[in-house]
Design a protein around this ligand. Structure first.
Ligand SMILES: [Fe+2]
Length: 456
């Protein structure tokens, strides 16, 4: 483990792709562009190699358990998974188990999921609780955590029952997600999220329902997996089929406190292409994988981006009404991939996807990638999709609810498991991963925070 070098903080000139900048693409928008898209932080986040050990060694997993997972705000579930008073779910992170229970219509509490008597896990499945009762010897608590009953109390003269309430974790909410934090002295969630609130406010993730929920086990470290989504640099080699309609090299990266983002224009060709595709080619590239009817025809004199935005607004209007007309082309077309340290990746605006990564059980060499599709709805809130679990040998293609994204995710999943294998060989000759200075802004920013938490 090497200490952070002061030289890392000296910024060399930050270079950008010679392709059109994202801000220039926003200049072409047919509607006013909101302020949060106009921020261009251009922060230098370091140029050092990222040490491979932290992806490979159990020692780092143990450090992460103590210094990250027991200290940070992390998503445990969606509000809609426990809609009624008494509804309870278990959230597990590494070897720690937490019960989330709705104790009042607008109050959710979190408790460590272990009996204070003999340590049995109190709950192992979703249920609706009147009380929390250990199945082993029957120690029982009210759903608000107050001790309710101990059989043969005469045999426990040494305990003070008033001090035997279930220990709690902090609970807070954002965007329809319930977060927990095991650190009693942590800062409030809204302070932790900082500017994120302002960026997402307009898109009200709390007013969405979970239309798809897929959990896939991957044979790699959780950081390896999530980093495969934190740059647009991999598109040219991993997803060449979308280059006609994805401005990968035009991507703008920003950092905001504990968060970062990548904004990639869609419906505009990659600067890597030697031939500029026609507007029809771009349209076909976006629509053909989704629509077997042959896609759309771009009206004469329009760019595909303008026309695609109009079509997207019409689709959205059926769900969010006139609010759709206030959205600029970028808001309905582009990819806004945000990262909230350590493991949450919500897409801003209406592209619906949220990704979550964490270690699988207590493994440092396996993880889960969760994908949620959060869709707006009209009328009564639809029931959330049940989690669709895919084991390590199953493919994202089996989750047909993911639509056209399934094929892209297969390409990414193939990479991450091969990276985990390759790193074992790589470290015979090389101690670190050599990242770009700009395209890997999000990954570098993550590792700067990671090192701060781990005090490396
Ligand atoms: Fe990808």
């Amino acid at each position: 483990m090497s200490k952070r070098e002061p030289s890392d903080l000296k910024a060399p000139q930050l270079r950008r792709s010679p392709g059109t900048s994202y801000q220039r693409i926003l200049d072409q928008d047919s509607r006013p562009v909101p302020d949060h898209l106009r921020i261009d932080t251009a922060v230098f986040v370091g140029d050092r190699d990222i040490p491979i050990d932290r992806y490979m060694d159990r020692e780092f997993h143990e450090l992460e358990k103590e210094k990250i997972w027991r200290k940070v705000w992390q998503v445990a579930l969606r509000e809609e998974e426990i809609p009624s008073v008494g509804d309870a779910r278990v959230y597990e992170i590494n070897d720690i188990s937490i019960i989330l229970v709705r104790v009042a219509p607008d109050t959710v509490k979190g408790f460590y999921n272990a009996c204070l008597h003999m340590g049995r896990r109190l709950l192992d499945r979703p249920c609706n609780l009147q009380e929390i009762r250990c199945p082993y010897h029957g120690f029982t608590w009210n759903t608000d955590g107050r001790l309710k009953r101990i059989y043969s109390m005469w045999d426990f003269p040494q305990i003070d029952a008033r001090k035997l309430n279930l220990p709690e974790v902090k609970v807070a909410r954002w965007g329809g997600f319930i977060f927990i934090n095991m650190d009693p002295g942590c800062e409030p969630l809204d302070v932790y999220l900082g500017e994120l609130n302002r960026h997402f406010e307009k898109y009200a993730l709390e007013e969405r329902y979970t239309a798809a929920h897929v959990i896939k086990v991957l044979r790699c470290n959780w950081k390896t997996a999530q980093e495969a989504f934190m740059d647009a640099y991999h598109v040219v080699a991993t997803h060449p089929q979308i280059l006609s309609s994805a401005g990968d090299d035009n991507t703008q990266y920003d950092v905001f406190g504990n968060c970062s983002r990548a904004m990639t224009p869609v419906g505009t060709p990659s600067p890597h292409l030697s031939r500029i595709p026609s507007e029809e080619d771009i349209a076909a590239n976006v629509y053909r994988p989704r629509d077997s009817s042959g896609g759309i025809t771009v009206p004469a004199g329009m760019t595909y981006r303008e026309y695609g935005a109009r079509v997207a607004r019409e689709e959205l209007r059926t769900m969010i009404g006139e609010k759709a007309d206030e959205l600029c082309d970028a808001e309905v077309m582009d990819s806004f991939f945000y990262t909230v340290f350590p493991n949450l990746h919500p897409f801003m605006s209406y592209s619906q996807t949220v990704q979550l990564f964490k270690p699988y059980e207590d493994r440092h060499d396996m993880c889960t990638m969760e994908i949620l599709y959060l869709r707006p709805f009209k009328g009564e809130r639809p029931a959330p999709a049940k989690p669709h679990f895919l084991g390590p040998d199953q493919s994202f293609l089996e989750a047909t609810e993911l639509g056209a994204s399934g094929a892209l995710l297969c390409q990414d999943a193939w990479n991450v498991e091969e990276v985990q294998r390759g790193m074992r060989t790589l470290r015979v000759n090389k101690a670190g991963l050599t990242l770009g200075l700009y395209h890997h802004t999000q990954v570098r920013h993550f590792h700067n925070l990671y090192e701060r938490y781990l005090a490396l």
